[in-house]
Every structure is written in C-alpha cells, then in structure tokens.
Design a protein around this ligand. Structure first.
Ligand SMILES: [Zn+2]
Length: 294
C-alpha cells in the first residue's frame, strides 16, 4: 500500500465511523417539546435526556435526586425560560454542574397574561411556529458552543428543520384561514395557547391561568359557562396534561362540542399522535379544524 492510500483509508474511516454513545454530547432538556427540538438539531452527535417527559405537566414538576444526577452529567442544558422552570436554579446547584442553561426563548417578545388578578409572563411561546424558529436558532448556537467540532452538522440540521417549520407555518395559516372568523373561538383548560391565538387569529379562553396549578372555583366555571353561551363558542377542548372533568361539565351545560385532545405543554409518547413537535402542531390543527368546521 502506498502511503497516500493508507492516509485515504484512515481519513475514510475517520469520516465514516459512527460516534458511539459515549462520544455523543450529553444534553438535557427541561420539557419534551424542547427535547425533540434539540434532537432535531443535534441529530446523531447528541444524546438528549428530557426531565419532564411526554404527557407530563411542567407547572407542577418537582425534580428528584436522579434529575440532579442527569443534569450533573450534561454538557449542555436547554430550558424554556419565561418562568416555566422555577426549579432550575436549585437543581443546578444540587447537580453541581458548570453547564449554563441555554434559554431557548431568548429573543422572543413575551406575551403578558393575567393570573389571579395580577400580570405574569406566558411561558407557552412554542405554540407559535415563528417563535420555535427562534428556539431552533438558540439551540443550534448552544450546541455549537458546547461542541464546536459539530458546528457544520448543527448548522445544516437547523437549516433543514427551519425549512420544515416554514412548511408547517403555511399549513397552520391555510387551515385556520378556512375556518369562518366568527367560529375561531375555543375553550381550553389552561391558558396555554395565547401565542397560537395571537399569531393565527384564534381566540382561546381558559378557566385556569397560564400555570394550571390551581383548581378553578365553582364561580370561575360558572363564569366560563355563561361566556360560552353568550359568545356562542363552538367547542371546548381537553389537554393531554389536564383533568378532563371540568371541560366535560362545561360542554354538558352549554351544548358546546367537545373537541379532541390538544397537546399544550408536552408531547404524546412516541406511538401517539404528537410524538414530535411537528406532529403535535399538526395533530392540534386537525382537531381545531374538525371541531370548528361549521
Ligand atoms: Zn402550561
């Protein structure tokens, strides 16, 4: 073998060798939606663990010692920010990690919401596709910083994923555009779809505030029932993370149609209809179109 050929073989082996699990960048994401985005940008260079799994409520999460261990082993940490992960500072201290969390919502204009009579920031920015483009750019930059050798991979996969988000965004606008404007009104359990409503022109009304961690009073439910009747709201929706009984009561007493499940703060498991962010948005869109059709 010539020396040049040996070099060629070595170079080919180096390029073709798949990274084994231990070589991968260990990343942690707070919620399943962000975990899926990190996977989409990190592809085979990154090993992603999600702290709050599918169908789980981020608003009532309390980390365990095993979460601290997971975080301690991570080289990159991705959180939503906007007050969603109130526990992160304590968990980082417990984990003793030096990884600074990447706040994937950085650069997004926050939506103000009202809860219990005072103003708060709505953390559910991922319900607007335009915002998720910013999430993806922040994730790409975070991965490049943690793993500069993978920069070209992260640039390419982020670019490809942003193209998929463009397609999704067009689908959302087209589908909502076909619903008569006076029917674009929905009740959901908690105030998780404000960014979707703002971006695409749908009105969402929720008995619970943005954090879903309180029980609505009988008076709250009575107020919603009166509002559904008065505004002729066509449909009420369940969420995958909430108790369906209150929504069933509202539907019973108003005659509003019960829509399917909307995925608000968490994906479904992989076998379900919302195993990825793109599938989640399409599943929600299908359910909205079905329930709001005249
Ligand atoms: Zn929520």
């Amino acid at each position: 073998m010539t020396r040049r050929f040996v070099l060629f073989v070595l170079a080919a082996m180096f390029v073709a060798a798949p990274a084994c699990a231990d070589d991968k960048l260990k990343a942690v994401a707070s919620i399943s939606i962000i975990g899926d985005l990190v996977k989409s940008v990190g592809v085979d260079r990154v090993d992603v663990t999600t702290l709050i799994g599918p169908n789980s409520d981020a608003h009532v999460f309390s980390p365990t010692p095993s979460d601290a261990k997971t975080l301690g082993a991570a080289k990159a940490v991705f959180i939503n920010g906007m007050g969603l992960e109130g526990w992160i500072t304590r968990l980082i201290a417990a984990a003793g990690t030096k990884a600074t969390p990447v706040v994937v919502s950085a650069g997004i204009t926050p939506r103000q919401a009202e809860e219990g009579g005072h103003h708060t920031i709505d953390p559910h920015a991922w319900q607007s596709v335009a915002n998720v483009k910013i999430y993806v750019a922040n994730i790409r930059d975070g991965l490049k910083k943690a793993d500069p050798a993978g920069a070209a991979t992260y640039d390419a996969s982020a670019k490809a994923y942003l193209g998929k988000l463009d397609v999704l965004e067009r689908e959302v606008r087209e589908t909502i555009g076909k619903i008569p404007p006076d029917r674009r009104k929905i009740i959901t359990t908690h105030d998780a779809f404000g960014y979707f409503g703002q971006a695409y022109g749908v009105q969402f009304i929720a008995p619970l505030g943005v954090s879903a961690d309180s029980e609505p009073s009988a008076r709250d439910v009575a107020r919603i029932i009166a509002q559904v009747k008065r505004q002729k709201i066509p449909a009420v929706f369940m969420e995958n993370i909430s108790d369906p009984r209150m929504m069933q009561q509202i539907a019973r007493e108003t005659g509003a149609r019960i829509g399917g499940t909307l995925y608000s703060d968490a994906l479904s498991d992989a076998a379900g209809p919302a195993g990825t962010y793109l599938d989640m948005m399409r599943s929600n869109l299908r359910e909205l179109a079905k329930a709001l059709a005249p």
